[in-house]
Design a protein around this ligand. Structure first.
Ligand code: UD1
Length: 432
């Protein structure tokens, strides 16, 4: 298990360049399988989940290489397999996106079911219902989804309006772009990551209307063509740095962002008493004292994102007064709360609501991350805490945050990582 050690208690000052979005770029890589030719994706984050997806594309027969630091070239002309290896799907749920792309291009996909997840139950029943609506015969055998269709035909698919599933919207769209006729997806997700995929598919020749709305109309085309596309900035990474500054104090500018993707996040930061201003591609936050108590409820876009809910709780943990954080998307997304309480936070859980009585200071402690966003919340808590915080399970951060330790160092954080220590042969050197 990788560990990082943070020395907290210092304010953050400076600028951070935000990398490409994990959750937008994963669908783009899957979508490139629909192109019998060459795709170039720019602004690709160098994180473990992207490397796992690259390994997946290669396992299916695509050529896939970084041609520059963040520019990925994919040649999916010759795909040799429609079976996704279990060891890659197991690593990351986002790899299930290859199901829609393989089914759409070859009329066949065999993809292991992604299974449970520490943030709660994450079924793929909406994805499978969508594939069936397009005419696929779907069977689940030995933990693998087998989907086959002689021909996919468009249909009117009404998804469950309570969820507006990101994954199902993308997967059904991928299966539909080469299908015969028109597919309508109602109650679709409007997340910027979904919209990004729609823009990419259109760039490659797909006929998609209703981009960015909850009713998507896909008119099937015969084939897609070569395309070059720039992925969007990671709004979760941007939100993490902004919340970090709110919790640890200081003044920070996140650059290369799309501020409109962060509207709900910025208004929550303002409700917490923080000074926020933005320009066309940057957001600046200033925090001179403790945040004040606030209430926030997670919701599908344009609501407050569930992926930033753990960060919001850290802000509440050091705020003046009692904050309320309500989670509505994933049933087990508060699994970091016990760790925060071990650092001196006062958080009580009542079903899907966290009641957070703010304390003046957290205190550094050894803690363990159980998923990507729980990991980032513990980093934020470490920044706002006295003394040292050691976070085990730091490999989760490598899954989702590009160059996290270096970016934190550039804004004044003292942070050491066992991975770097391992590189010079002295693993966990600071623990002695
Ligand atoms: C994606 C993001 C994740 C984010 C989430 C919600 C990626 C790789 N992951 O996950 O970071 O937290 O969106 O914004 O982009 N559901 C079903 N059946 C299904 C599909 C979903 O019941 O077939 C439910 C889920 O259990 C959950 C809700 O719908 O309660 C939303 O899930 P969904 O939007 O599908 O999340 P993911 O695409 O898995």
């Amino acid at each position: 298990m990788a560990t990082i050690r943070i020395h907290g208690g210092n304010p953050l000052y400076g600028d951070v360049n935000i990398s490409g979005s994990k959750n937008a770029t994963l669908p783009l890589l899957a979508a490139s399988l629909l192109v019998k030719g060459h795709t170039v994706i720019e602004n690709v984050p160098r994180i473990d989940d992207i490397h796992a997806m690259i390994a997946m594309l290669r396992a299916l027969g695509a050529k896939c290489d970084f041609v520059q630091d963040t520019t990925l070239s994919i040649d999916a002309t010759a795909i040799s397999s429609v079976s996704a290896p279990y060891n890659l799907v197991r690593k990351m749920r986002g790899s299930f996106y290859v199901a829609g792309a393989l089914l759409g291009r070859f009329g066949e996909a065999e993809v292991p079911l992604p299974g449970g997840c520490v943030i709660g139950s994450r079924p793929v029943d909406f994805h499978i219902q969508g594939f069936k609506a397009l005419g696929a015969v779907v069977q689940e055998r030995h933990g693998v989804m087998h989907a086959r269709a002689d021909k996919l035909t468009g249909d009117h698919i009404i998804m469950d309006s309570r969820y507006r599933s990101v994954g199902a919207t993308v997967n059904i769209m991928l299966a539909a772009v080469l299908a015969e006729g028109v597919t309508v997806i109602e109650n679709a997700s409007r997340e910027p990551e979904v919209t990004c995929c729609q823009h990419f598919l259109r760039e490659a020749g797909a006929d998609i209307r209703g981009v960015g709305t909850d009713i998507i109309v896909v008119r099937g085309v015969d084939e897609l063509h070569d395309a070059t596309f720039y992925s969007i900035p990671d709004r979760m990474e941007a939100g993490t740095f902004l919340a970090a500054c709110g919790a640890a104090r200081g003044e920070l500018t996140v650059r290369s962002v799309i501020p409109s993707h962060l509207t709900a996040v910025l208004s929550t930061l303002q409700k917490a008493g923080l000074t926020v201003e933005n320009g066309p591609d940057w957001v600046r936050i200033a925090a001179t004292g403790r945040p004040r108590a606030f209430e926030v409820t997670t919701a599908p876009y344009p609501g407050f994102p569930t992926d930033l809910q753990p960060n919001a709780s850290v802000l509440g943990a050091v705020a003046v007064g009692t904050s309320i954080v309500h989670e509505t998307i994933f049933d087990a997304r508060f699994n970091y709360v016990d760790e925060l309480n071990r650092m001196g936070a006062d958080i009580q859980l009542k079903d899907s609501v966290a009641i957070i009585r703010g304390v003046p200071r957290l205190s550094g402690a050894p803690v363990e991350a159980t998923d990507i966003r729980a990991g980032s919340a513990l980093v934020l808590a470490g920044l706002a805490a006295d003394g040292y915080t050691e976070i085990a399970g730091a490999e989760f951060l490598d899954r989702g945050y590009d160059g996290f330790a270096d970016k934190l160092r550039s804004i004044g954080v003292t942070i050491t990582s066992s991975r770097e220590a391992a590189h010079n042969g002295s693993r966990n050197v600071w623990l002695r």
